[in-house]
Design a protein around this ligand. Structure first.
Ligand SMILES: [Cu+2]
Length: 258
């Protein structure tokens, strides 16, 4: 009987949460509204039950950087910090995500995805690239292809950090961050973030960007509740040079051909 009452309470809270949720903001919201599409009534029921046990985590990140004279200070631009939740697993969104090779750079530099998601790697330059990773989380080699070739694809199944490089251009560095669930966001200039549809419970909220140590805070999130967490991230490390896919160093600049 108590369990039934609890289930009803959860359902009511869930409905209240979803009906007050009319202003879409960010990725987490988009992921939330996708749930239940094209599913059987039993699957929809399951999706509703799991959504009813969710809450919101919001806050802001302060980004500390080394200034010209080596002094660490508060950066005006707090963009590009990846905020993500660990502690539960969720199915990946069905849509494909893109990590482009453009102007001899990877765009975006940091790509958060959910385990099981496929990434498309189009080459938008007029020269060859060779995307690869030798990461223990996911090692792959897409080979060489041009803009006129179809984009090559790679699926990422295991959560973890996957540095992605080009075997021809050493300055091309990106990070595919394979996450357990859809509760993530990347900060804009003001450093603010809001994660909706986060499963309630004891969770860890993480903040990371290249050149920083990951910062983790424990969060207890109640169903239908909201947790406010403010974090500080220090981006003080320089990214060390990496090797080519065969473990050899890149030739000195200008020695190789595109
Ligand atoms: Cu390249």
């Amino acid at each position: 009987m108590r369990r039934l009452a609890l289930a009803l309470l959860c359902l009511v809270l869930g409905l209240a949460f979803s009906s007050s949720d009319s202003s879409p903001s960010g990725r987490a919201k988009a992921a939330l509204s996708e749930d239940g599409k094209g599913r059987s009534p039993a699957q929809r029921g399951e999706a509703e039950r799991s959504q009813s046990g969710t809450g919101t985590i919001r806050g802001a990140v302060k980004l500390l950087k080394k200034g010209f004279f080596g002094k660490i200070g508060d950066a005006d631009d707090r963009s590009g910090v990846l905020i993500y939740v660990t502690g539960y697993e969720e199915a990946p969104p069905s849509e494909e995500v893109t990590l482009a090779q453009q102007n001899e750079r990877f765009v975006p530099r940091v790509l958060p995805i959910v385990a099981g998601q496929t990434v498309s790697f189009p080459n938008r330059d007029r020269l060859y690239h060779n995307v690869f990773s030798v990461s223990p989380t996911m090692s792959f080699d897409l080979g060489q292809y041009k803009a006129t070739d179809p984009a090559r694809m790679q699926r990422f199944d295991k959560p973890g950090l996957v540095p992605v490089y080009c075997n021809i251009h050493p300055q091309m560095i990106s990070y595919v961050v394979v996450l357990e669930n859809r509760a993530f966001a990347v900060t804009g200039e003001d450093g603010a973030f809001e994660l909706r549809g986060v499963r309630a419970g004891k969770l860890a909220l993480n903040a990371w960007l290249p050149g920083a140590q990951r910062v983790t805070r424990e969060v207890s999130l109640a169903a239908g509740g909201e947790a406010v967490v403010n974090l500080e991230v220090e981006q003080t490390q320089t990214v060390p040079p990496h090797l080519r896919k065969d473990g050899t160093p890149y030739p000195a600049q200008g020695d190789y051909e595109n």
